[in-house]
Design a binder for this molecule. Structure first.
Ligand code: SF4
Length: 252
């Protein structure tokens, strides 16, 4: 679909592209004649590199994980980073980011089938596991560290979405939000302090081996804090991940 759109754009328009396909098959994308105007194919988390490219397209030569097709040679080129900046550009500190500007996300928040206004949110990036089918697997992302947002920052976003949009249900679409016991403990302590379970419900990505290690009272604590579902399932008419997972109806 992206290639079809790219093919009919004014050739003067320079394109940046990214996402899962960029990560999985960059050479195939750059070889596609419909993508001839892609000046930068960005692999992985893009925020700081997009800023750099918008400032000066020529900076692509020094950016890690940025590829393009040389129009003269027809070969694929890639940025060569200075070692000192590579990590910050590939795995930025998520606690330095502002809250997502939803003005550019017309489908989020949205009204869920149960009538609640629901929003997607990200509480962490990266995953320590290595499922062979998954683009987030640790072996596929050797330069990316696992980063977790401060609980207070997550709470701030929940409340802002409620105050501005009436959101009462949240979907943590992290690679793996419920990914480690000590992180869950810290996050849930903050959720309890702020009475999150009294106001909101939320769904999250999780892994059965992590949940299996939690005690019954820790699982109860998750539910008391609003956890409704641990899942990655396809919902008809909604663009959710098709990644296999476990559906655990916690309540409701
Ligand atoms: S499927 Fe989930 S647990 Fe497995 S590597 Fe991907 S994000 Fe991690």
């Amino acid at each position: 679909m992206s290639a079809r759109i790219a093919a009919v754009l004014d050739p003067q328009i320079a394109l940046m592209a990214g996402g899962h396909h960029a990560k999985a098959m960059p050479d195939r994308i750059l070889a596609d004649p419909r993508m001839a105007n892609v000046r930068a194919l960005i692999l992985g988390e893009a925020e700081p590199r997009v800023v750099a490219l918008l400032e000066d397209e020529r900076r692509r030569a020094e950016l890690p994980g940025v590829m393009w097709r040389d129009p003269l040679l027809g070969t694929h080129a890639a940025g060569i980073p200075r070692q000192s900046t590579a990590t910050a550009l590939l795995a930025l500190d998520v606690n330095t980011l502002p809250l997502v500007n939803r003005a550019f996300l017309p489908q989020d928040p949205y009204t869920a089938p149960d009538g609640r206004i629901e929003a997607n949110i990200v509480g962490s990036r990266g995953c320590p596991y290595n499922c062979t089918f998954c683009g987030a697997a640790v072996s596929a992302n050797p330069d990316v560290t696992i980063r977790v947002r401060r609980p207070e920052s997550i709470i701030e976003e929940l409340h802002a979405l409620h105050d501005e949009h009436g959101v009462t249900a949240f979907r943590f679409v992290d690679d793996l939000f419920l990914g480690a016991g000590r992180v869950i403990t810290e996050q849930m302590a903050a959720f309890t302090r702020h009475g999150t379970g009294d106001r909101f419900v939320w769904d999250a990505t999780g892994r059965i081996n992590v949940l299996d290690r939690l005690t019954d009272s820790e699982l109860d604590h998750l539910v008391a804090n609003g956890l409704r579902e641990v899942a990655r399932v396809r919902s008809p008419g909604r663009n959710r991940s098709t990644k296999p997972g476990v559906l655990v109806r916690a309540n409701g």
